[in-house]
Structures are given as structure tokens and as C-alpha cells.
Design a protein around this ligand. Sequence first.
Ligand code: ZN
Ligand code: ZN
Length: 357
Amino acid sequence: MNHFKQIAAALEHRGLDAMLLSCEANRFYASGFHSSGTDGMALVTRKKNYYFTDSRYTEAAGRAVQDAELREVGPGKGYSTRLKEAIEEQSIEKMGFEDAYMTVQDYETYRKALPCELVPAAELLAELRRVKDREELEIMTAAQRIAERALADILKEIRPGVTEKEIAARLQYLMLHYGAENMSFDPIVVSGPNGSLPHGVPSEKEIRSGEFVTMDFGCIYHGYCSDMTRTVAVGSVTEEMRTVYETVLAAQKAGIAAARAGVTGRDVDGAARKVIADAGYGDCFGHGFGHGVGVEIHEEPRASSANGKSLPAGAVISAEPGIYLPGRLGVRIEDVIVITEDGCENLTRAPKELLIL
Ligand code: ZN
Ligand code: ZN
């Protein structure tokens, strides 16, 4: 899968002759080729695409990159030289670049070396990546299923005495075992009083009876991320724990019910936030309702109070409200949803009713 065509089609109405992609996530989105390092560049023009890389990646890129001419960089023929050749061949006058990613140093180098105007255009890629096509959705669903299989297994292993770190390690192993290429991010596993740290790091702390365990994790499959959070109880729950859990779940469902194309990220966030505020926990939900997911674990669009723009059909966002009572406990529940014209589709199938192990 690659997206050269879609990028080329977007050049015209931005008045660009070409788009230079140096950021790994955008290069992958364009070419379908993942290079573990930072080296490589893609150049999309209206007529022809180029992929530049060095000898370490030439063979792998040759196998993976379709619809682009591969050119090797090396001593005496660096990226500037190779780009200059392509720019002259295609008579490029205005070339977009990723102002959100390119270093000032690289910008200065290319500005001096290349015979064309460099136009800030990172938004062009962000806009395309906001909306997923059918193939991307299929891959993301598969990535989600891998995380869910790992969850189903780990639930059988959570018991008093097991540490947060052990659970995190097992989740990673299980996702790789079920076909993940990598983790979307280091799994978050927090329990009991650690649960109030939304992005806490798994520790040597042992799980105890009467505690919540929050697990936030996901994997990369065919270059796309999954992301999910489940909070489960061990042994028993107090009335307060039950109230907090049910409030978070109701808030999550309210946000999901509000999500559809044309509604702003702020409104979706607000629908969930209202449920939490009405229950008296308004000060305990500090982060946004959700974020876009795709090639990167956090991308556009955001479903937060900061996003006043409407969500497009085809956007994939997380739905992850939480309530955090500092030093005592925390609950977060996260699914990943696809925005549609008349609502949304939940990619996450794992149950989310309160589970007491
Ligand atoms: Zn997450
Ligand atoms: Zn998330």
C-alpha cells in the first residue's frame, strides 16, 4: 500500500510542484516502506515519485517501494545533490516541505543548495492522514484484534502478587506472539494508588486484592497503531470504586454517542466531560477525550477542548476518558472509533463492563 497518488493530487490546489518528505511517518505513509533509521527521503511530484536512501536500505526499499524511482545516496552524491537532480529533471519551482519536522539546520542546507522555493506544507500530509481509507481501516482493525487477544490472555494471569512490570512484559510478549511488529508505545500498567497517574510507568509494585489495574497498550501491525485501555478490579471493589468506574464508562459512551462527521472534537470531548462533571469528578479528568491514531499513536484529529474543527468521516480517534483521584485510584477506559457520516463505528470489541477478577 502507498499513497503517492493522493499526495500528488493534493499538490495542485496548494500551488505546489512537489512535496519533500523526510519525516519517517510521512515517508512510510507515502511509500509503504518502513526504514527503522532516520535516513531516507521521498519526493512526490505531479508526474513522478522518487525515493532516496543509502546502501543500507537500497535492497529493502527496492522490494517495498512501488510507483517511485529509487535513487541511492552516498559519498559525493548526498541528499542535496540527488534532490537537485530530481528538481531540475521535473522543472520544480515550488516544493513543499515538512515545516513541523525538518530541523532548522536541514532547512538552511536545502534552502541554499536547491534551485527552487521551499514552501512550508506539513499540513498537506496531516490532512490526508486524518482520513483513513478502507485498506488502512482493515489493517488498523487487525492491529486492534492483536491487542485484544493479548488482553484476553493477560486477564487470566492478573492476580495478587503479580507486579505491574510483569503484566507489562507479558502484554508486550503476547502482542508480538500474535503478530505485532512492535509496540505502539511502552505499555502503561498501573495499579491501586498508582492508577491516578494517567501515563504512569509500570513498577515493581505487586497487585493487591481490592485494587484496580489499568492497562493502556497497543501494537503496530503493517505500520499502523492500535491503542486500548482497560481497567479491571482484583478481588473486590468499594462503592466508590464502582461509582468511579461506572461514571467513566458512562462518559465514554456519551462521547462515542456524540461522535459523527461534522461534530467538532471539542463537542465530543464536552459530551463525555459533562457526565464526569455532573457526577462531581470534574476536576479529576485532566486530559482530552481522544486523539487521532494511525501511522503514529498520536496524530490528528484531536477530540479535545482545543479542537474547534469538525471531525471528518474516516477519521480514527481514541475514546478515553478517565477519572484520577491522586494517590488513591484511577480508572480509564479506551476504545478506538472510526467517524462515519451518521455516527461512528467502534473498532474495539473487548468487553468493558466492570470486571472483577
Ligand atoms: Zn491508550
Ligand atoms: Zn490513546
